[in-house]
Design a protein around this ligand. Structure first.
Ligand SMILES: [Zn+2]
Length: 92
């Protein structure tokens, strides 16, 4: 029968409703992005710390990088919070 070819989608639609708690992929992605910016900031701080300890006279070159990394962290945090507040998926 031809019906076999066109009626094979028994799975429920994935985006028919707000995802259950803990299943929001976008929130998880935004959180990972936020964590990544934190790690980048930490890496820069470690590098600057080492530069100071080692007497590198050019340690202040990290300040610009730290500023940029901090801005990126704030933006990532804001994107995450904004999504959670508008999507109500903060749990999980
Ligand atoms: Zn969400």
């Amino acid at each position: 029968m031809l019906a076999c070819l066109s009626m094979s989608h028994e799975n429920p639609p994935e985006r028919a409703q707000i995802p259950e708690v803990g299943s929001c992929e976008e929130k998880n992605r935004l959180r990972d992005e936020f964590l990544k910016t934190i790690r980048e900031l930490n890496a820069l701080l470690s590098q600057q710390t080492r530069a100071v300890i080692e007497g590198d006279p050019d340690f202040s070159r990290f300040d610009v990088l730290l500023h940029v990394a901090h801005e990126r962290k704030e933006m990532a945090k804001y994107a995450w919070i904004t999504h959670v507040e508008s999507h109500h998926c903060e749990e999980g």
